[in-house]
Ligand binder design. Structure first.
Ligand code: ZN
Length: 278
């Protein structure tokens, strides 16, 4: 009898692994990801409906050999708790699908910068930061139809996690916005690898993020690598997963050498830990 139970348990484990192997972890909280199964009526179709969250297109994917379509929705850190909805659009039909966003407690983190100009920039620098933010917003809101096989990411650098996603940052004693990435502390020059195969859609040197690379993995799924010491890739280059794209540095607003790693879905920076497989 216990043998039968073990076999059943083993099968269940295999089944759940197979079903959720290619999708990110479902965590319907501000800063998390909603993995939403679309209604069965779409299963027969080779092309899924287009799905929108807050009028921004979201990724839709089949999970391996499973016949169901899933919408993968990035939830902003500033999102109100309670019922939210996505809209499936096909031909002239619009269908709302609801889901619930629950609370998550994020920690506080105190940071001190010797150079106060990056904490409270003068008007000229503030204008430059605003321009660069606008540019990066455009990079993140771009869409490519490239087929996306999965949402699995490899940890991009060997280092210690020194800054958690979502932490409320107190800069030189003043409460600022929440951290929209994950920081890995590592010595200057440590290799940084592409977390998944993707196309280089931005390379720049910005006031806040320093030397920066953005990769597009398809369907609004993107990763960003900041504060690099060196960048070894060019705009438009297509990288394999694990291919070196640069080295750890402390360019831009950084208290020490580290990689700031961010993950974006539907132009929302979400928690990278929901995607890691190693
Ligand atoms: Zn960071």
């Amino acid at each position: 009898m216990s043998q039968i139970k073990s076999v059943i348990l083993f099968c269940l484990l295999c089944f759940s692994f197979t079903v959720f192997a290619v999708l990110p972890e479902d965590e319907k909280v501000p800063g998390g990801v909603a993995v939403i199964k679309l209604p069965k009526k779409y299963n027969q179709q080779t092309t899924p409906p287009s799905v929108y969250f807050d009028d921004v297109k979201v990724a839709v994917l089949k999970d391996g050999k499973n016949t169901d379509w899933y919408a993968i929705v990035g939830i902003p850190l500033t999102m109100q708790l309670g019922i939210a909805s996505i809209e499936a659009r096909q031909a002239k039909i619009r269908e709302s699908i609801h889901f619930e966003i629950v609370d998550k407690a994020y920690t506080e983190e105190k940071l001190f910068f010797k150079e106060n100009k990056l904490v409270t920039p003068n008007p000229e620098l503030a204008a430059k930061i605003k321009e660069e933010t606008k540019h990066l917003e455009a990079v993140f809101s771009s869409w490519s139809d490239k087929a996306l096989e999965n949402f699995q990411l490899k940890i991009p650098v060997k280092g210690r996690i020194s800054g958690e996603y979502g932490s409320k940052r107190i800069l030189n004693g003043e409460l600022r916005s929440q951290h929209r990435g994950l920081d890995f502390a590592a010595p200057i020059g440590t290799a940084i690898m592409a977390a998944q195969s993707g196309k280089v859609i931005d390379v720049g040197n910005y006031v806040m993020t320093g030397n920066t690379v953005v990769l597009d993995h398809g369907q609004g799924f993107k990763t960003i690598y900041c504060h690099l010491h060196t960048v070894s890739v060019k705009l438009g280059e297509v990288l394999e997963a694990n291919q070196k794209l640069g080295t750890v540095g402390k360019t831009g607003r950084a208290t020490g050498p580290h990689l700031h790693f961010g993950v974006s879905l539907n132009n929302v920076r979400v928690s990278p830990k929901l995607f890691f497989v190693n």
